[in-house]
Design a protein around this ligand. Structure first.
Ligand code: 26W
Length: 806
């Protein structure tokens, strides 16, 4: 095996990379290994494709504007059971695998939770042998590179494709036209049927690139098909010949702009027309592709719902409902009812957020200009939908207003959530609480009309990347204690629970954690210059910067702890390292001020001899999948402190608990299901519940009471707004803190005292030693249910109706 791998790598180096191994760089070795690995994946891929085409198996199509894949080399090699072989082959060649591994740029084609979930799902679908296509956009530039300069976030273009990527295949034979704008011609056929023809004012080419998604043990390999936009006519020669060079290539620039950048907004729509162009671009190409495949294999389109299940990853691809209707009506001549029956039986929609500002709507004018035919179809869908609603609830005009796809208020908008809901046979939330809140709030009236459509599918994570690949030390222990089959079946991990009290096991778990913390401490020193003690409690909050995730609450507790240590330096304090990382959407001012506050607090605390090593604060720049793979195995405490009712699920919470971190969190999203699985004694719950939050909201209770009732809170608010941590600009955080003194939408002040108390419970447990490690082991053992294999098996059984081979 090793010699075979060696010759494969060498032949790729010489014949594909075109380099003499003697002069190869780390990046060259990465290319050679990736190409050799891709060969092995591709054979499985082509074989799988043949089988699926012939055996009539139903396919799943996962439509997502984001796939946060990260690096692929270790994942592909490990899932093909070739990692150790390639590592040994490189060693023989005098090359260090770790250097090769870190030469690969992250494929950062996503913002956060939604994008990473899509990547975990692709890996689990391949592992469970589900024939599936992921459809998305091949952005030239993924999520921006975050640089922290003088404590402030700065954004720089990310260019993962500057040297191309070895994983993808350009599919020159899979190119579709996608139209925009123009007008719709109406005509009546001799049979008296009204027909519509859309004449787009502009057409671009959608060119496809396939990247193999390899399942565990290479069970199956599915394609991730990403579309890149190209001008139909890249150079208008007539303009060029007239010397109008800009004009000559304007079409090209305009077309390519569609797949140039990932919108860096997480939870807040940009509202820009280019975003709608992106959404329609990949949706139209994907539906044209899957319909032409269906017709090629099965001929008649009426059997589509039996052969295809299309999942909408949030509302971003929701225009697909109207596009499918356009294709079935206008291109394939089906009558409305048949087209609608096929459409609603094929689509299902996942909602990932209830934040009102995150629910996408498009001004009618923009929609009409860009997609005139689709707007016609949406009007038609809405009329039939409102007819049905009126029949079911004749006396409720307010209900009609709330369920309408068209929002008639302030400037008339198309509501993509309502469109996705009405056009899907199944709608799911991503945690039990979130799904319940969908029924009670955002989709309350639609749920009354269609009471059996909403169901729950609590998120999951792939254990391959987030445990076996990123924490080999822990994996080795699990194989020994639970059996080698633990890598094949996540459920086997439960066997660890019986050994939670075993002191030898506890020692080994602590040793592995310490080794991972030492590795992280090295990265922290390299990237921030801050020296941290691996023996201290590593308290980690890693996620996108957003006020509802309450990084600010964490920082206020940090400042209060700092004051308490200074006031009483000889007390028995628990040495703690506060580790924070996360990107803020480029236009999100408050989130960027919170990053600055984190760095300002770090500056003061880390340089204050009075606190010595009792407290260190670190903000790690450019948080991404690869950095998460280093931080998560090294975490002792997992911060999941969102305002109850606002974090739909969370998935970082699952990754951290699976790697033995204890969670401090609110009863929000999947934290509740984690608590249900690990038990109340093995998690630190604090804060207002969802009901208490809505109670306070309804009564407009402000922060005054909470501040008045907590001298510590009042003190720390004054300290921060008074410039204690920003002597260079004392007023820097006045506005941020004033936001808490008033409405305090995210209830930071209300939860401060119980959070501070919970953190002291954490200190006590940490200092008790054995109970902490026992809890850590119980957390690991009880995370089996949070495998994305379980989540995907539920989607397959209860939404897609496809078999899984577990
Ligand atoms: C239109 C702008 C925009 C972009 C992305 C709005 C909303 C989004 C995503 C839905 C935001 C997101 O990533 N949501 C997260 O999805 C995860 C996967 O289900 C959940 O675990 C997180 O709780 C949720 O915040």
């Amino acid at each position: 095996m090793v010699s075979e791998a060696k010759s494969a790598i060498i032949s790729k180096m010489t014949l594909s990379v075109g380099k003499d191994p003697a002069f190869a760089t780390d990046y060259d070795w990465f290319l050679a290994c990736a190409l050799a690995a891709r060969d092995r994946a591709t054979l499985r891929f082509l074989e799988g494709k043949r089988v699926t085409a012939s055996d009539g198996k139903k396919r799943v199509y996962y439509l997502s504007l984001e796939f946060l894949i990260g690096r692929q080399l270790t994942d592909v090699l490990s899932n093909l059971s070739l990692l150790d072989v390639f590592r040994a082959a490189l060693e023989d060649l005098g090359v260090d695998y770790e250097r090769v591994r870190s030469a690969e740029p992250d494929a950062a084609l996503g913002n956060g939770g939604l994008g990473r979930l899509a990547a975990c799902f692709m890996e689990s679908m391949a592992t469970l042998g589900i024939p599936a296509y992921g459809y998305g956009i091949r952005y030239d530039h993924g999520l921006f590179r975050q640089v922290i300069y003088d404590g402030w976030q700065e954004e720089y273009p990310e260019d993962w494709l500057s040297f191309g990527t070895p994983w993808e295949f350009l599919r020159t034979d899979v190119v579709f036209n996608v139209g925009f704008g123009g007008s719709v011609e109406t005509y009546v056929t001799p049979a008296g049927i009204t027909r519509y023809t859309w004449h787009p004012g502009e057409v671009v080419h959608a060119v496809s690139y396939d990247t193999p998604m390899v399942g565990w043990r290479g069970r199956s390999v599915n394609p991730l098909r990403l579309w890149s936009a190209r001008a139909v006519d890249p150079l208008r020669l007539e303009l060029f010949n007239r010397g109008d060079f800009a004009g000559a290539s304007s079409d090209q620039a305009r077309a390519e702009a569609i797949s140039k950048f990932l919108y860096p907004s997480d939870e807040t729509p940009s509202g820009q027309e280019l975003r709608l162009r992106q959404e329609y671009f990949f949706v139209s190409a994907s539906l044209q592709d899957l319909l032409s495949r269906h017709r090629r294999i099965y001929g008649d389109l009426h059997s589509l719902p039996e052969r295809a299940a299309i999942q909408l990853n949030d509302t971003h691809p929701a225009v697909a409902i109207a596009e499918m209707m356009r294709l079935l009506l206008d291109e394939h001549g089906l009558p409305w009812n048949e087209a609608w029956a096929i459409t609603s039986a094929t689509f299902s929609y996942t909602n990932h957020t209830l934040l009102p500002e995150a629910l996408e709507t498009w001004p009618l004018a923009v929609f009409e200009r860009l997609l005139p035919r689709h707007l016609q179809i949406i009007y038609f869908i809405n009329n039939l939908h409102l007819e049905a609603a009126k029949k079911a609830f004749p006396e409720e005009p307010e209900l009609l207003r709330s369920v309408s796809i068209i929002d008639e208020r302030d400037g008339r908008k198309v509501r993509m959530g309502q469109l996705a809901f009405v056009g899907s046979h199944a709608i799911n939330g991503v945690s039990a609480l979130h799904t319940d809140l969908m029924r009670k709030t955002t989709f309350r009236d639609l749920n009354r009309i269609y009471p059996d459509r909403i169901q729950n599918k609590t998120n999951g994570i792939t254990f391959r990347r987030w445990l076996h690949q990123s924490n080999p030390g822990l994996t080795a222990i699990l194989k020994e204690v639970c059996g080698a089959e633990v890598v094949d079946n996540p459920e086997v991990i439960e066997r660890l629970a019986a050994h939670a009290g075993d002191s030898a096991l506890q020692d080994r778990i602590r040793a592995v954690k310490l080794a991972n913390k030492t590795a992280l401490a090295k990265v922290i020193a390299e990237r921030t210059g801050v020296r941290v003690d691996p023996a201290a409690l590593f308290d980690v909050q890693i996620k996108r910067m957003h006020e509802y995730k309450r990084q600010l609450l964490n920082l206020l507790e940090t400042a209060a702890l700092y004051d308490a240590i200074r006031a009483n330096p000889d007390a028995d304090w628990t040495p703690r390292v506060k580790i924070m990382a996360g990107k803020a959407a480029a236009s999100y001012v408050n989130a960027k001020f919170i990053i600055k506050l984190a760095n300002d607090i770090a500056q003061v605390v880390n340089n204050d001899p009075a606190v010595r090593d009792l407290l260190k604060v670190v903000f790690l720049p450019n948080y991404n999948v690869s950095l998460a793979e280093v931080i998560i195995p090294a975490a002792d405490l997992s911060e999941q402190i969102s305002t109850a009712g606002m974090e739909a699920s969370g998935t970082g919470n699952m990754k951290l608990a699976l790697n033995g971190a204890l969670t401090i969190g609110t009863l929000d999203g999947a934290n509740i299901e984690i608590r249900d699985n690990v038990g109340n004694d093995n998690i630190f719950i604090f804060g207002l519940t969802t009901d208490e939050v809505s109670y306070r909201r309804e009564r407009g209770i402000t922060a005054g009471q909470a501040i008045a009732a907590s001298p510590m809170l009042a003190g720390v608010l004054n300290a921060v707004s008074g410039g204690r941590f920003s002597p260079d600009d004392p007023g820097r955080f006045v506005q941020l803190i004033d936001g808490l003194r008033g409405a305090d939408r995210y209830m930071v002040t209300d939860d401060f005292d119980s959070y501070y108390a919970a953190q002291r419970r954490v200190d006590a447990c940490w200092n008790s030693g054995e109970p902490w490690t026992r809890s850590a082991i119980i957390n690991i053992a009880n995370m089996a249910w949070f495998s994305s294999d379980r989540t995907i098996a539920e989607y397959a059984r209860e939404i897609w109706n496809v078999p899984v081979d577990l």
